[in-house]
Design a protein around this ligand. Structure first.
Ligand SMILES: NC(=O)C1=CN([C@@H]2O[C@H](COP(=O)(O)OP(=O)(O)OC[C@H]3O[C@@H](n4cnc5c(N)ncnc54)[C@H](OP(=O)(O)O)[C@@H]3O)[C@@H](O)[C@H]2O)C=CC1
Ligand SMILES: [Fe+3]
Length: 472
């Protein structure tokens, strides 16, 4: 920790607003940061340490005593020490009896021990009430003014009153308490800080897999095909031309994948005739990471826009343009103006720009700071209606870009479909299914099912009971 806490002056030192005394065991990074924050908020803090005299970095006004003396001064003891060192607590069983022990510890690996640290502590000191809290808040965040995500404090414990006491402290520190239930939940809570972007993992795997596959496909049908059939080296296309094919293809496929699980869910509900039946786990997980899929899709669309904007400045494009003008001058001819081509290029660009605008609106509304200020109906309107409109515009953009290229057999290299055609498969499937589902007769049944109607109530109840959980 770089900040010297010993120079920090508690905000409320000497003020009339004083809370209870809280004891913190351990004068390490976390103990010191939490202690300082608590003193700033009006708590008296007493530290319990192995070496009370040697602790020089502590905030001014903090009392440092031996573990036994410190524990006697407070009804809440926050254990800012690692689980491996908990054993010494057994020697303090008599003073810890009836006290609230707050376990803040984390592990180095997911499921490192068979039981959670909090459960281990509860077994070690059965006569104390153990509450798990603060483990997702970093010492750094406590010192530097908390970030939004680290403001949440997950709390779990078996005793309601003890949990309430911890909730009060959390609130007083300006943090947000989130009750996670009994100590049974502590294992999950301890795994939270060890999970790295859990909802981003699947979208990133899909995006990386698609990017690699489509890049190789374009490389094969463009650079390698030209080299093998004509002996020409057009490998320079690897830098801009091929990525600018890959980005829109991946973006459109990902956007299609954002809306596909919702449709699969509707079809499943129609087929089962009830909503009171769980979706398969893969579908649940897919639905949960739709926002992340959409944001990755937006990033790819953004790259496509950037790469397209720099096209006129490329050497190859400038050379090609100059060359064709010189050729026309040499032959003393002018290529005729084609209204059809003008219409085609203008309309695919117009659809592309509009599609991108809605894409950006979708991305912005999915940000928590924006989605928090719109109500559920507005959020659904943007994410569903505007989302399908975006998909429609972007699919239209790609269809017009492709135009009648698919009719030209010479374009099919090694009999493989044109790259842009790959991007259309999923979006077209999604749009067709959506079109069928919004037909009044189908839509009416889906709406009824979503309002709780069941085609076969008896069997639905049995399956709900069997699964022990109700799908919403
Ligand atoms: N650092 C962070 O950002 C976060 C930490 N945590 C958790 O907080 C706890 C403390 O972390 P942190 O402060 O970073 O760790 P440190 O290593 O900085 O501090 C741990 C403290 O525990 C005490 N200690 C060390 N060995 C023993 C022992 N054998 N017996 C008794 N006490 C001992 C020491 O205090 P003394 O010398 O005073 O006895 C030491 O300063 C950990 O469980 C960690 O998982 C949770 C969230 C975030
Ligand atoms: Fe495009």
């Amino acid at each position: 920790m770089e900040t010297d806490l010993s120079n920090m002056i508690p905000l409320y030192a000497g003020s009339s607003q004083k809370y209870d005394t809280v004891c913190i065991f351990g004068t390490g990074d976390f103990g010191r940061s939490l202690g300082c924050k608590m003193m700033q908020c009006g708590y008296s803090v007493v530290f319990g340490s192995r070496n009370p005299q040697a602790s020089s970095l502590l905030p001014k006004g903090a009392e440092v005593l031996s573990h036994r003396e410190a524990a006697q001064k407070a009804s809440i003891i926050i254990l800012a020490i690692h689980r491996d060192h908990y054993e010494f607590l057994t020697g303090l069983t008599d003073v810890l009896e009836g006290k609230v022990l707050v376990d803040v510890s984390n592990n180095l690996k997911i499921n490192q021990y068979p039981e959670s640290n909090a459960e281990f502590l509860a077994e070690l000191i059965p006569k104390a009430e153990v509450v798990k809290a603060f483990n997702t808040v970093s010492a750094w965040a406590l010192q530097s003014g908390t970030l939004d995500a680290s403001r949440q404090v997950f709390i779990c414990g078996n005793d309601h009153k003890s949990k309430e006491m911890v909730v009060d402290i959390v609130r007083a520190l300006g943090l947000t308490p989130l009750d996670q239930g009994t100590l049974l939940a502590s294992k999950e809570v301890e795994n939270y800080p060890l999970q790295l972007f859990p909802m981003w993992r699947l979208p990133m795997y899909i995006a990386t897999g698609l990017t690699v596959c489509i890049f190789l496909y374009c490389l094969l049908t463009d650079v390698i095909y030209t080299y093998v059939s004509d002996g020409r080296d057009i490998s320079f296309r690897i830098a801009i031309s091929i990525p600018n094919k890959v980005f829109p293809i991946v973006s459109l496929i990902l956007l299609g994948l954002v809306y596909l699980p919702g449709l699969i869910a509707s079809i499943l509900q129609l087929y089962r005739g009830t909503k009171y039946s769980r979706f398969p786990n893969w579908l649940d997980h897919w639905m949960l990471c739709r926002k992340q899929l959409g944001l990755v899709a937006l990033a790819f669309a953004f790259l496509h826009v950037l790469y397209t904007l720099i096209i006129p400045t490329r050497y190859y494009v400038r050379w090609h343009r100059g060359n064709s003008i010189i050729n026309q001058i040499k032959k003393n001819e002018t290529s005729p103006f084609e209204t059809k081509s003008a219409w085609r290029t203008d309309s695919y660009m117009a659809l592309g720009m509009l599609g991108f605008l809605f894409y950006v609106i979708l991305g912005i509304t999915s940000l928590p700071s924006v989605s928090n200020v719109v109500n559920w109906r507005e959020f659904r309107f943007v994410q569903s209606k505007l989302g399908y409109l975006t998909l429609l515009l972007c699919t239209g953009h790609t269809l017009i870009f492709g135009w009648n290229k698919f009719l030209d057999v010479s374009r099919y290299r090694w009999y493989l479909p044109l790259p842009y055609m790959l991007s259309l498969v999923i979006p077209c499937i999604v749009l067709v299914i959506k079109f069928v589902l919004i037909m009044p007769c189908v839509d009416k049944t889906i709406t009824q099912i979503r309002q709780g109607w069941e085609r076969n109530p008896k069997s639905a109840k049995q399956s709900t009971f069997k699964n022990g959980k109700i799908a919403v």
